[in-house]
Design a protein around this ligand. Structure first.
Ligand code: GTP
Length: 579
């Protein structure tokens, strides 16, 4: 390792996400906390300043002494100091895609709540995103200067209690709540006005810091959030290394542009370094390309990411989502760092007793072993289970097939969030619908024919009709099972059961009105014949092959016909199989 890398490894970089409802004071707080601003910190985007809201992720950092509790057993500290990188996420509801992307690179989340307004819609969504993506959280009650001094303490205590109640059923039920005034006096106040509670907050953040797992090995994956060019030098991409490491002279791929580039230099918070690894926030200068082509995206080891047209994911419903998860419906799918529309087919194993032909999968899904589907699975019409509050990890019982509207580039096993972003943002409703992990991706456009030969998703259907009349001891005519327009050919050969116990096989249609002929293999029992003839018996005019035999026509339909079959929702071979 070179000297500069050695000196770099002495600083632990810890990423803190700043999330919360619009205008809760996230940017003000990041500004109050930070000493060193990176390229995009503090709403430098001119449009952002014009609109007074954060439009993109902002990054800034400050360095503190290495916390005592992170020293090893002998009192040695593995790093010289601790650098907090703040990832200021936009609060506006329309920017939720950016928030989800930002949340995936953080080690700790600061949830900023306006102490006067309490938990608002986006506060709740951010809390949920934090639950899905982030190991720890600190709640910041901001704008305490707006509370009258004589009631301040009691108001803070009341709000803290309320928040703990909100967090009761989440992973963050014991998380600390601290109050501050990031910008006392608001926008009109002079910058000389000192923020309140910020040094206490820094102490709290130090206490909450843990040694994040950083692994320099494996393929490189870097989330790029900004891109610009430097005349005469090249194009700089800034972002966070999510996986692996990089070094000067490495060749990296930019999958969105389908190009590879050589790394010319690397910087961490304006200091040149020769390399960086997982968890580090870097600026990487590569050989020139037009920065406008890559506003956001990923950079990786050449060939390590796949472009997927479809995927199978583990899936769990988000308890706060009030809408229905209808299968074959379209959802916004955030997969890795991209959000695209996809058609979603939910499926799971058959409920116990529903089928005796479906053994459980030999290889339950896990984060380590990609899942392969080698048998048929039961299909759920409407996905209803998983009432938990968005806890992470795959649900071994339920999956979904995603068919993307445009191909996505992502790492395997990455987080997937399904949402209904077209829901009215003023509707005060949670838009995040389900979460999961990507288990199997399909790179082939014609995946249904080639890549998914074994995945069949079906639905068990029950239909009930009635015997209309008997034509002979071995044949009855049924009705009310199919519509006039149903293609009866699809049902020929399927087994039916009569409510009197006999079994039969659908032989074909009878006439034009959806009636059908059933062959009773063992023949009708005398009791059934009696039943069918007793209700209302008319002398037939003869018909069918047994034209000379007695024909019975019933008016009150005493004998029902039960048909139980599998209808395939997804089947590359498009066949219909009876269970
Ligand atoms: N009185 C008072 N006003 C504050 C405080 N902190 C922030 N503000 C004001 O609240 C408004 C919003 O602050 P920002 O920091 O832009 O809020 P934000 O959460 O980053 O906003 P978005 O990123 O657009 O969601 C600004 O007018 C700030 O001056 C505070 O502690 N007290």
């Amino acid at each position: 390792m070179s000297e500069s890398v050695d000196s770099r490894t002495k600083t632990l970089n810890f990423n803190i996400g700043v999330l919360g409802h619009v205008d809760s004071g996230k940017t003000s707080l990041a500004r109050a906390l930070s000493s060193t601003a990176s390229t995009a910190a503090f709403d430098k985007n001119p449009q952002s300043r014009e609109r007074g809201i954060t439009l993109d992720l902002g990054f800034s950092s400050f360095t503190v002494d290495f916390p005592d509790h992170l020293r090893d057993g002998e009192g040695q500290q593995p790093y010289d100091n601790l650098q907090f990188t703040l990832v200021d996420c936009p609060g506006h509801a329309s920017l939720i895609r950016t928030i989800i992307g930002g949340a995936q690179i953080i080690d700790l989340m600061m949830l900023v709540v306006d102490v006067v307004k309490g938990v608002q819609t986006q506060t709740a969504e951010c809390l949920l995103i934090g639950e899905l993506t982030c190991p720890g959280m600190v709640v910041i009650l901001n704008k305490i200067d707006l509370l009258p001094p004589n009631k301040r303490q009691s108001a803070i205590e009341k709000m803290t209690k309320r928040l703990h109640k909100t967090l009761e059923n989440t992973r963050f039920k014991d998380c600390p709540v601290i109050s501050v005034a990031a910008k006392p006096g608001g926008p009109e106040a002079p910058d000389t006005e000192e923020p309140q509670g910020v040094s206490e907050l820094i102490e709290l953040l130090k206490k909450q810091t843990y040694l994040p797992k950083r692994n320099p090995r494996g393929d490189l994956l870097m989330a790029v959030d900004h891109c610009f060019s430097i005349r005469g030098q090249g194009t700089v991409m800034t972002g966070t290394i999510l996986q692996g490491s990089l070094a000067i002279n490495d060749t990296v791929e930019i999958p969105a542009l389908k190009v590879t580039k050589k790394i010319k230099s690397v910087q961490m918070f304006r200091k040149p370094v020769s390399g960086a690894m997982q968890g580090d926030r870097v600026g990487v200068c590569v050989t020139q390309f037009d920065p406008k082509l890559l506003e956001r995206g990923v950079v990786c080891t050449p060939g390590s990411l796949r472009t997927l047209y479809a995927a199978v994911i583990s899936v769990r419903k988000i308890g706060y989502f009030k809408g229905s998860l209808s299968t074959r419906a379209k959802f916004h799918i955030t997969v890795g760092h991209e959000t695209v529309m996809a058609r979603v087919t939910f499926f799971g194993l058959p409920p116990l007793g529903a089928s005796d032909t479906q053994p459980p999968p030999t290889q339950p899904c896990s984060l380590e072993t990609p899942f392969t589907f080698d048998r048929e699975y039961f299909y759920h019409d409407e996905y209803v289970s998983g009432q938990g509050e968005g806890s992470s990890g795959p649900d071994p019982e339920q999956w979904a097939l995603l068919e993307f509207e445009r191909p996505v580039t992502c790492p395997s096993l990455c987080l997937v969030i399904g949402s209904k972003l077209d829901t009215d943002i003023h509707a005060n409703a949670c838009r995040l619908a389900f979460q999961g992990r990507l288990l199997q991706g399909f790179e082939d456009k014609a995946y249904a024919e080639t890549s998914l030969p074994h995945l069949q998703i079906y639905k068990t259907k029950y239909k009930e009709g009635q015997v209309e009349r008997v034509t002979d001891d071995y044949t009855v005519i049924g009705r009310n099972l199919f519509k006039k327009e149903t293609n009866l050919q699809l049902f020929v050969g399927l087994k039916v059961t009569l409510s009197t116990g006999e079994t039969g096989v659908i032989e074909g249609g009878f006439g034009q009105s959806g009636k059908f002929k059933i062959r009773i293999q063992e023949g009708l029992s005398p009791e059934t014949k009696q039943l069918l003839s007793s209700t209302s018996k008319k002398k037939g005019k003869g018909g069918g092959k047994g034209g000379n035999e007695e024909e019975c026509k019933t008016d009150s339909q005493p004998v029902n016909i039960l048909l139980h079959f599998k209808r395939y929702i997804f089947d590359p071979h498009k066949k219909m199989v009876q269970s």
